[in-house]
Ligand binder design. Structure first.
Ligand SMILES: Cc1cc2nc3c(=O)[nH]c(=O)nc-3n(C[C@H](O)[C@H](O)[C@H](O)COP(=O)(O)OP(=O)(O)OC[C@H]3O[C@@H](n4cnc5c(N)ncnc54)[C@H](O)[C@@H]3O)c2cc1C
Length: 656
């Protein structure tokens, strides 16, 4: 199948307007005849479900938590970007567009990114109207702060709880539609498969997580807003339940997965503290507005700190290396995440890391507290400081925080065209679950922007382009396709329950996670990826013969839920490593050790970049890699969507 991205014709700044004008309309009397399934009620799914219902469609919305309020979006801390230019510091739609394309290391689709930048302002208006309590300046205007990869302040925030406040706004809108009867909400319900009728997505099979019942739901279109797959790495900043299952089931039914190797490793997380940890904690990027990142200049000082013989306060100013400020003077501590993470790894690899493991750097607020006073810092970041102190036992007002990069976000996901439709007609995908607008690296505060752009503004317009060609209500769950899909789901659950082995599901997840972290994490190489690709099928085989899943399938069984998700990670990880192996370049979050600038590179000699920076190979790899499923353990087929850069010219990405 050839990939048609359906990018509208015309100048970049008119494409979305033109597309809205050219898009099909469904009249209000007909809208209510269409049913749309939305799987996911985080910011992307919740906003889509509420908006579609408000427009008159019948919506069925699903989530596995006990309330839409508990979607992982609630964890978002730092903020949401929008090109409002309230600060009058030179921001514009064009600048947000430019920053995002550059930030993504030139691996995103220009037309989508421009649309995102255009819609960004509407999101803030919508959320403010809902009552989201964005931080305000003294005069009453909404306040902004800066995030990585930008030299302007365009990030709107609600203290360190932006995701929570946005989700409450979105949830209110959803709840209004639920009580109006437009949205039928199914909580504690996990989607186990997509059902295709004549090649179109027309329903889903779900498991009730309380009773264990398997049932089907039919619709005229299906939308997946099921979040990211960062938990394939086991340790990540994602909520424990985040998984790849829904997207992966769609992949197995014919939806392509795009750029699965693009993972975002966030530079400011609390370092791993031991073998029995199951979760990592993010310290919001917003902290880099005021915190300065450093390690000791000398390995001896670093060693003394690690051994407990010195404290950070004992290191004199001239013996500190503020390495981001040194390497990237224009952006300093607000260099983008991929670059900041790699820089942290570099200084730790040199033996200058702090924390007992040597895998940590300092985030220091001493100067900011001296300059602004503790009260100001407390007002800006109080809840984050409190969280840090509770976890680490250190008071960050008095001593620097210790941080280290951790898996945080996934830029890869289901391939979608400009209408957010996957390669399966009728199956749409939004939010972090799609391959998104962030290319090879997402800029901070842009995920909330994208999820809400997709849900409030893009999908509600574009879905009509599909629905207008469909006969509403022509599908029902008595059709053979549903019976067959339910049988497949039941068979897989029986298989899991009947393994009757001795090894915990967690131990498999941990082994897989460590393997992909080492071979497909912050640095990748051909050798390491081949090693991972050999080992993953072995772990999978061991899982299916020795995993222990206690209990049965007829009620609440969280081990069974976890086992299904880990089984999918064990297949998905192979696609991720295959993608990483085939992309013989470094870009954004995908850093192949073989492809980096060296002292001898002409570009380094010309002063355009520095040794150790990612070496992109635009002639061969300026494409989206979309993978087609061929069977478990069989290499997937690669389809390429060539990327064209007409408005932001391909260049070495520099933040120096
Ligand atoms: C700690 C942290 C802080 C962050 N801070 C920021 C920030 O400040 N700014 C920013 O822009 N981004 C931030 N991000 C990223 C951002 O929060 C996420 O990318 C975004 O919230 C994802 O939203 P979503 O709606 O796509 O998915 P989610 O919020 O993950 O929602 C997924 C939904 O899908 C449902 N679901 C999943 N699978 C199934 C299934 N099989 N069956 C039924 N339902 C299913 C879930 O129940 C849930 O309702 C942060 C991320 C983390 C981890």
């Amino acid at each position: 199948m050839s990939l048609d991205s359906k990018i509208p014709e015309g100048p970049i700044d008119q494409k979305w307007t033109k597309h809205k004008m050219d898009s099909k309309l469904i009249n209000p009397a007909n809208k209510r005849k269409f049913t749309v399934i939305v799987v996911g009620s985080g910011l992307a799914g919740g906003s889509a479900a509420a908006s579609l219902s408000e427009m008159g469609y019948q919506v069925k919305c699903f989530c596995y938590q006990d309330s839409p309020r508990r979607a992982h979006s609630i964890a978002a801390q730092g903020g949401i970007n929008a090109a409002k230019n309230y600060q009058n510091d030179g921001d514009s739609v064009n600048r947000l567009f430019y920053d995002t394309v550059k930030g993504g290391d030139f691996r995103s689709r220009e037309a989508n990114v421009h649309r995102l930048a255009e819609v960004s302002s509407n999101i803030i208006d919508q959320c403010t109207a809902q009552g989201v309590p964005f931080a305000r300046e003294y005069g009453g205007l909404l306040d902004n702060r800066s995030f990585g990869g930008a030299q302007v302040s365009r990030t709107f925030y609600a203290r360190g709880q932006t995701g929570q406040q946005l989700l409450i706004g979105c949830y209110q809108a959803l709840q209004k539609e639920i009580s109006k009867g437009g949205v039928e909400m199914h909580t504690r319900t996990e989607m186990m498969d997509v059902v295709l009728v004549d090649g179109h997505a027309k329903g889903i099979v779900v498991r009730n997580l309380v009773t264990g019942e398997i049932s089907s739901h039919a619709a005229d279109a299906v939308c997946l807003a099921t979040g990211g797959y960062g938990n394939v790495f086991y340790l990540s900043t994602n909520a424990m339940g985040c998984n790849v299952t829904a997207a992966f089931k769609a992949y197995k039914r014919g939806a392509y997965i795009a750029n699965p190797c693009y993972t975002q490793i966030h530079p400011t997380c609390i370092p791993v503290s031991g073998d029995y940890q199951s979760k990592l904690t993010l310290m919001s990027e917003s902290l880099r507005n005021d915190g300065r990142i450093w390690v000791p200049v000398s390995k001896d000082d670093a060693e003394a700190i690690r051994d407990g013989n010195k404290k950070p306060e004992d290191i004199a100013e001239e013996d500190r290396d503020y390495y981001l400020e040194r390497k990237y003077p224009s952006f300093g501590n607000l260099a983008p995440r991929d670059i900041s993470s790699r820089a942290a790894k570099e200084v730790c690899d040199e033996g200058r890391g702090v924390a007992s493991t040597g895998l940590g750097v300092y985030l220091d607020f001493k100067d900011a507290i001296e300059r602004l006073g503790e009260d100001v810092i407390r007002a800006r970041y109080g809840n984050l400081f409190q969280m840090y102190e509770k976890i680490s036992g250190d008071n960050p007002y008095q001593t620097p925080m210790q941080i280290f990069p951790a898996v945080h976000y996934t830029m890869g996901g289901l391939w979608v065209d400009y209408n957010l439709q996957t390669t399966i007609p009728g199956l749409h995908c939004l939010g972090e679950a799609n391959f998104s607008d962030h290319g090879a690296n997402r800029l901070g505060a842009s995920a909330l922007m994208q999820g809400l752009a997709d849900g409030y503004f893009v999908l509600p317009t574009t879905i009509a382009n599909y629905l207008a060609g469909q006969k509403p209500g022509s599908i029902n769950t008595k059709m053979d396709e549903f019976t067959q899909a339910e049988a497949i789901v039941k068979e897989r659950i029986d298989k899991l329950i009947n393994i009757n082995g001795t090894r915990t599901v967690d131990s498999f997840h941990k082994e897989l996670g460590l393997l992909v972290w080492e071979q497909c994490g912050m640095a990748r190489s051909k050798e390491g990826l081949e090693k991972a690709l050999k080992r993953i099928p072995e772990i999978r085989e061991e899982f299916w013969s020795t995993a222990r899943i206690p209990g049965d399938a007829d009620g609440v069984n969280t081990e069974l839920e976890k086992a299904g998700r880990v089984a999918d990670f064990l297949e998905f990880a192979e696609v991720m490593c295959t993608d990483a192996l085939s992309r013989e370049e470094s870009c954004g979050g995908h850093f192949r050790l073989e492809y980096q600038f060296t002292e001898d590179s002409a570009e380094v000699k010309e002063g355009k970049t520095q040794p150790g920076e990612a070496l992109r190979r635009d002639d061969e790899y300026a494409y989206v890699a979309a993978w087609e499923f061929n069977g478990v353990g069989i290499p997937p087929t690669l389809h390429k969507e060539d990327l064209e850069f007409e408005n932001v010219h391909l260049a070495i990405r520099s933040y120096a």
